[in-house]
Each structure stands twice: as structure tokens, then as C-alpha cells.
Design a protein around this ligand. Structure first.
Ligand code: SF4
Length: 435
């Protein structure tokens, strides 16, 4: 395909960001900064949260005038909303040229040819794509961190979640392919790889488990750091914990969504673990990696959540003291079991809002305190790029995934340097280069 100018608007999670980079490579095009310059515009959508699909519709709607001015421009929709609504999107949005589900990205070149040559408006939302992992993501020159997908889909079926319905069942990527992609990226200057999957630590292949993947990746020369997201609590195994303990390249941070501290609500959510089990897992992790930073996701106001249930969640927050948390009010996703629960179970919006505020205020305090506690310590920081906080400053992340800003030349980008922390702020730390 002749090189096209491509503009992609991305909504949602890291998996979607990763997919957008794969879409860029699948098209074989040059990325541009504005849709006005582009030959192909793709809106990569998210269906996870309330109004996410409305956002996608308005995202597509705003291209109506541009398409009228540039009729040869190709406009497509990808991602979870594309999968969910399929050809209904073509009916709803007359200026739309194609619909592409998340699993069908490798088929994009074929879709573009069908539009250009046969003037079709194709829809490709098959789950059954043999070449699932064939398209690797576009990598911007000079970027020192990158994602590598290790699995697609999810087998868990949590009652509130649309992901298994839009991304299909879990499919794990073969180890040699994962390592080859990681090695290629390191060859291009990448120093930190984040393995991504909906339940990344459930990865398995030919008897190998996630811990084996971490150990194998650590053998890649030139790779400084390994991260992974998102871990599913029930799939934390001894083999994984041992690898986190033994392999220096594995960062001392894990994102471990708990969602609720109430056993009753966890059971309603079909999360397959109890609060005690989660606490014990945190203990096992911290015993193995004492300085481990743990972040989480919480849903408040799940249908039927009582004050007592919420208090259990706050109790867990106090017990674990997560480094950070992403918290949301429950919102029903059509097509999920939780969306069909009786109306009388709904937690009033005001109550859910008050709970969310309480939880977020607590988290803010803990995050700030933990950042302040780093003052005087020396952290290893992978420098990722210039800092927004003043000239001659650079920014990077610590092993614990804290953002660190400090004075230093741009030539440090891609190096792991030692930084003495002088200030802990609400979302970052500041410091000075140390020798
Ligand atoms: S583990 Fe649960 S919340 Fe996460 S993607 Fe799978 S179904 Fe959704």
C-alpha cells in the first residue's frame, strides 16, 4: 500500500493505545498531528465506562464536515464500540467508511483496498483472526518505553465488564513472538518494556507461566526494565512472585485491581477471590519484594453496595495503603450481567458520589504522604524525555512508577540515573541528579 497520512484518535485504556500503534503499522502510513492533513482518520473507541460510546459517536460525528470537504479521506471506527455495534454504525453514521473490531486489526489493509477499489463500506469484527498478533505496533523514534502485547481477550467475565464480549476469549501469544518483538524494540533504543494483557499474569503457553516469561525477557541484552499490566489477583502464583523477587529488571510496582473490599460485593462482581485472599496475596508480594508499590482500581456504588460494604472497602484501603488508585462510580454497560440487575439494587447517584469523594480524598492523602516519604532517598529513574517543569529539566519514572522531574540535559534520555529526592508532590517527586 502506498504510504498514507494517518490520524488516529484514541479513547480508553493502554490496550487501546497499543492497538492504535498497531493500526498505524497495519496501514503502513505516516502519522500526522491533525485530521485535516490525513488521508485516513480512525477513531479507536472504548466501551468500558458510562458515556464512552456516546463520546465515540460524537468523536465520529465531528468528522462529518471534514469528510464533506475531503470526500476521498477514509474515515473508520475501531476498538470496542466498533465490535459492539458493528454495521449499525454504518447506518447511524452515513459518512463512515469502515468498522474494524479489535481482533481484526491485521485485516485493515484489505479493508482499505476494498474501500478504494470496490467502493465498499466493509465491516470486520471477526473474533477468529489467525493472524491475531501479526501486526506489531508503530514505534516513534526516540521513545525509550514500549508496550508488548502478550495476550488478547479475557476469560474472567466479571459481572460489570464488557471486555470479554468485545475482545473475545483469552488467547495467549507464543513466547518466541513476544521475545522477538521485545528484542526488536530494544534494538530501536527501547529500555523499558511493559507487557500488556487484560489479565496479563494469566499468560501461559506450553506449560510455561507468567513468571517464566518475566525470566526469559530479563535475558534480553540492553533491556533495562520490565513492567506488566494488568494483573488479576487470583492469577498471582508463587512462580510469578519468585520471578518478581529474583529478576532485578522487573520493576517494583504492580497494578492489582481489587474493585471492592467487601466479600459480598466481590462475589456479586464474580471476582473469584475474597478480601482475605487479596490481603494475603498483598502480604506474599510484600514479603518477597518488601519495597513493592501497589496500585489498584476500585468501583464504588456497585448495585446492592451498602454503607457496610463501602466501609469494608475503606478498611482495605487503610490496611493496604495503595500507592495510587483509579476509582469510579459503577455505571452499567449494556449486555453485561450487572446491567440487568433489579432497579431497586441501584445505589443512588448521590450516595455513590459521596463514597467516591471519600475514597479519593483518602487516596490523595496516602499518595502525597508516600511521595513525601521518599524525600532524602535516592531513586533510580529511567529518563523518558524533557520535563514540562522548566528548561534543562528531564522527566522519567522510578521503579515504583513514580514520575520524577529533575534538572538534567536531554542527552540523559534513555539512561537510568540516580536521583536524590528533594520534594514529594501529589502526583510526582522532584529531585537532583546524584552521582
Ligand atoms: S478480568 Fe474482569 S474486569 Fe478485567 S477485563 Fe476480564 S472481565 Fe473485565
Amino acid at each position: 500500500m502506498q504510504s498514507k497520512l494517518v490520524y488516529i484518535e484514541t479513547y480508553g485504556c493502554q490496550m487501546n493505545e497499543y492497538d492504535s500503534d498497531r493500526i498505524r503499522n497495519a496501514v503502513g502510513g505516516m502519522p500526522v498531528d491533525t485530521p485535516e492533513e490525513a488521508d485516513i482518520v480512525i477513531v479507536n473507541t472504548c466501551a468500558i465506562r458510562d458515556k464512552a460510546d456516546q463520546k465515540a459517536f460524537s468523536g465520529l460525528g465531528k468528522y462529518k464536515h471534514l469528510k464533506a470537504r475531503k470526500p476521498d479521506m477514509i474515515l473508520g471506527v475501531a476498538g470496542c464500540v466498533a465490535q459492539l455495534y458493528g454495521d449499525r454504525l454504518l447506518q447511524k453514521i452515513p459518512h463512515l467508511d469502515f468498522v474494524l473490531g479489535p481482533r481484526a486489526i491485521p485485516r485493515l489493509p484489505d479493508l482499505i483496498s476494498r474501500i478504494e477499489q470496490a467502493k465498499e463500506r466493509p465491516v470486520e469484527t471477526s473474533y477468529d483472526v489467525e493472524e491475531l498478533f501479526e501486526v506489531e505496533p508503530y514505534h516513534r523514534e526516540g521513545k525509550v518505553t514500549a508496550f508488548v502485547s502478550v495476550q488478547q481477550g479475557c476469560n474472567k467475565k466479571c459481572s460489570y465488564c464488557i471486555v470479554p464480549y468485545v475482545r473475545g476469549d483469552e488467547v495467549n501469544r507464543p513466547l518466541p513472538e513476544i521475545l522477538r518483538e521485545a528484542e526488536n524494540l530494544v534494538g530501536k533504543g527501547v529500555r523499558e518494556i511493559t507487557f500488556v494483557g487484560q489479565t496479563v499474569n494469566s499468560w501461559t503457553e506450553n506449560g510455561r507461566k507468567f513468571g517464566d516469561l518475566l525470566r526469559a525477557a530479563a535475558d534480553i541484552d540492553g533491556l533495562e526494565r520490565i513492567r506488566f499490566t494488568t494483573s488479576y489477583p487470583r492469577d498471582i502464583t508463587k512462580r510469578m512472585i519468585d520471578a518478581m523477587k529474583d529478576v532485578d529488571k522487573v520493576c517494583r510496582h504492580i497494578h492489582l485491581p481489587v474493585q471492592s473490599g467487601s466479600n459480598r460485593v466481590l462475589a456479586l462482581m464474580k471476582r473469584t477471590y475474597t478480601r482475605e485472599w487479596f490481603s494475603d496475596t498483598v502480604k506474599r508480594l510484600k514479603d518477597a519484594v518488601p519495597d513493592l508499590a501497589i496500585s489498584t482500581d476500585i468501583i464504588v456504588g456497585y448495585p446492592g453496595e451498602t454503607d457496610r460494604d463501602f466501609e469494608d472497602t475503606m478498611d482495605l484501603m487503610r490496611e493496604v495503603e495503595f500507592e495510587s488508585s483509579f476509582s469510579f462510580k459503577f455505571s452499567p454497560r449494556p449486555g453485561t450481567p450487572a446491567a440487568g440487575l433489579p432497579k431497586e439494587e441501584t445505589v443512588p447517584d448521590e450516595t455513590a458520589g459521596a463514597r467516591l469523594m471519600e475514597l479519593q480524598a483518602f487516596q490523595k492523602e496516602v499518595t502525597l504522604r508516600k511521595n513525601v516519604e521518599r524525600v532524602g532517598k535516592t531513586e533510580e529513574v529511567l529518563v523518558e524525555g524533557p520535563s514540562k517543569h522548566g528548561p534543562e529539566s528531564v522527566s522519567g519514572r522510578t521503579s515504583h512508577n513514580r514520575i520524577a522531574n529533575f534538572k538534567g540535559p536531554a542527552s540523559l534520555v534513555g539512561s537510568v540515573v540516580r536521583v536524590r529526592v528533594s520534594e514529594g508532590l501529589s502526583n510526582s517527586i522532584r529531585g537532583e541528579l546524584s552521582v
